[in-house]
Design a protein around this ligand. Structure first.
Ligand code: ADP
Ligand code: MG
Length: 512
């Protein structure tokens, strides 16, 4: 007599009591998940909750210290991804792993070259790729150079690569983090098609609206362990977020006004004409006072990135002036602006905020090479920089095994907390914060808000750019909308609704 369930009813993946320790961190602790075959199973949790580690274990990239894995009801043990692939498990990583200078075909067959006698059978591979692409509507052309593909297309190549290797269970680690909304819709269409063919998908995200729209089952992880398994019909995004953090959600708010009449940043008639002759910034004027947060709302691509870069001295305006505490800094260098007390949280943390392959303390120095505590006289002061990095790690709750690890070892939210801590150090008078909480979990978001609030009470002037309208409304003393390079409307954050702001952002009802 067998106690085994019938084969069709066995979960595609069953993880039992998985524990994985890294030096100083328990990344996974007694994790239990059952993934039904033929479903989209979402794994949600704050940055650092242990999602990627768990999926790397399932994909054989890492080995658990404890616990067991069963695939389709059979116990397995993976020493490497090759073992996982043989068991029908494939993974698309958070950062793509394609070779740019090769074609789609070459990328797909790389590592599993099609044999024909002693030669390679590229014709067969070509046909197989076309077939997979067509049957799942992936729209992948085997002959294109990967370098010529957009992000959404690259992702579909990665998915195809996994399918080509015969995967029946696909792991997608934060696939939507790199996509624009329309591409997200396309991806979800692909996932539904894959599911319709009986494939199983493990989908990691911390964007809860997405999870609710695409998942059949949801597992919530918190601090390395699984804390809930829910069905999307039974939860709201807010409830899921609360499960993720383990407490009621923080709300963005400023509480009492701290706005003074001391002008910190004054911008007058700022205009930027791009190389193509297009007016990117058009006659922008505003003033931010000590203790004031000026929020700027706008659909991405309406000039906010260029405004920030012009304020930071990364671009030179065509005309107009920028005044910091009464001094004209229009033609000053970025370094000078930083030394004059400007903190800068850049929009793209990987391109401008942190060096992934440098340690936390080296990252503490980045952009602050000329200032205490990183230098003493003309010399780099490693001890000073290290001690101050320790302080930031504590004050900003940066979860890390230490300050000597590379920033790459930290989750995105923890990298962001490090950046915020660095930019808030040395008591800046102005903070230019571009999407300060984008991509970070709700716990880190609340912490970043609290640091901004405290610094504001301490006279910091803040320029806040954000796509999160609740954040903008809650965290701004004054609120403007940027549209096609112009500040077009002011709103009272105390009364404006996200809907009103949203329609102002699209220029609804405007003639120009
Ligand atoms: N290779 C590693 N070495 C040391 N610590 C790691 C490593 N990978 C992940 N961690 C740590 O394990 C924890 C969980 O990380 P991760 O699984 O990436 O979380 P998530 O994907 O949910 O953001 C974090 O504290 C992270 O810093
Ligand atoms: Mg991750």
């Amino acid at each position: 007599m067998s106690t085994e369930p019938p084969a069709g009813a066995a979960p595609a993946v069953h993880l039992t009591a998985i524990t994985k320790r890294f030096p100083g961190v328990v990344a996974n602790s007694d994790v239990n998940i059952s993934v039904r075959a033929g479903t989209v199973h979402a794994l949600v949790g704050e940055n650092g909750a242990g999602k990627s580690t768990l999926m790397k274990i399932l994909y054989g990239m890492q080995q658990p210290d404890e616990g067991t894995i069963a695939v389709n009801g059979k116990p397995v043990s993976f020493g490497s991804p090759a073992d996982a692939i043989r068991a029908g498990i494939g993974m698309v990583h958070q950062h793509f792993m394609l070779a740019d200078n090769l074609t789609v075909l070459e990328n797909v067959v790389l590592g599993s070259e099609p044999r024909k006698g002693v030669g390679l059978d590229f014709a067969a591979a070509h046909a197989r790729i076309k077939e997979i692409s067509d049957s799942y509507g992936l729209g992948v052309d085997p002959d294109r150079l990967v370098d010529d593909l957009g992000v959404g297309e690259r992702q579909r190549v990665e998915i195809l690569k996994v399918l080509y290797r015969g995967a029946r269970t696909l792991i997608l680690d934060e696939p939507t983090a790199v996509l624009v909304p329309q591409e997200v819709d396309e991806l979800f269409g692909n996932l539904r098609d894959l599911k319709a063919e009986g494939l199983t998908i493990l989908f990691i995200s911390h964007k809860l609206d997405e999870v609710l729209s695409v998942a059949d089952d949801i597992t919530v992880m918190r601090r390395g362990t699984t804390v809930a398994s829910v069905s999307p019909e039974d939860v709201t995004a807010r409830k899921l977020a609360e499960l993720m953090v383990g407490s009621a959600l923080p709300v963005p708010e400023l509480r009492e006004s701290t706005v003074t009449d001391e002008a910190v940043l004054s911008v007058e008639g700022l205009t930027l004409v791009g190389a193509d002759g297009r007016t990117v910034l058009n006659d922008i004027s505003f003033t931010i006072h000590a203790g004031e947060v000026l929020g700027i709302a706008g659909v991405e691509g309406n000039g906010q990135a260029e405004l920030v870069e012009t304020l930071m001295g990364i671009r030179s305006p065509t005309s107009g002036t920028i005044t910091l505490s009464g001094k004209d800094i229009t033609n000053e260098s970025t370094r000078h602006r930083r030394e004059a007390g400007v903190g800068y949280i850049p929009e793209d943390r990987h391109r401008q905020g942190v060096l992934l392959e440098a340690t936390l303390w080296e990252n503490r120095i980045l952009g602050h090479q000329t200032r205490k505590p990183n230098v003493r006289g003309p010399l780099l002061d490693r001890r000073g920089a290290k001690a101050d990095t320790e302080r930031i790690v504590v004050e900003y709750d940066v979860r890390t095994p230490g300050i000597d690890v590379n920033a790459a070892a930290l989750s995105g939210g923890n990298q962001q907390k490090l950046i915020v801590g660095r930019e808030m150090s040395g008591a800046p008078i102005l903070l230019i914060a571009s999407h300060p909480t984008r991509g970070v979990d709700v716990g880190a978001q609340a912490a970043i808000w609290e640091h901004i609030r405290r610094a504001r009470a301490d006279h910091l002037a803040v320029l806040l750019i954000s796509a999160d309208l609740d954040e903008l409304i809650g965290m701004s003393d004054t609120l403007s909308v940027i549209l096609r390079g112009r500040l077009v409307a002011d709103h009272d954050p105390a009364t404006v609704t996200p809907e009103q702001l949203g329609s102002a952002m699209t220029g609804a009802g405007r003639e120009d």
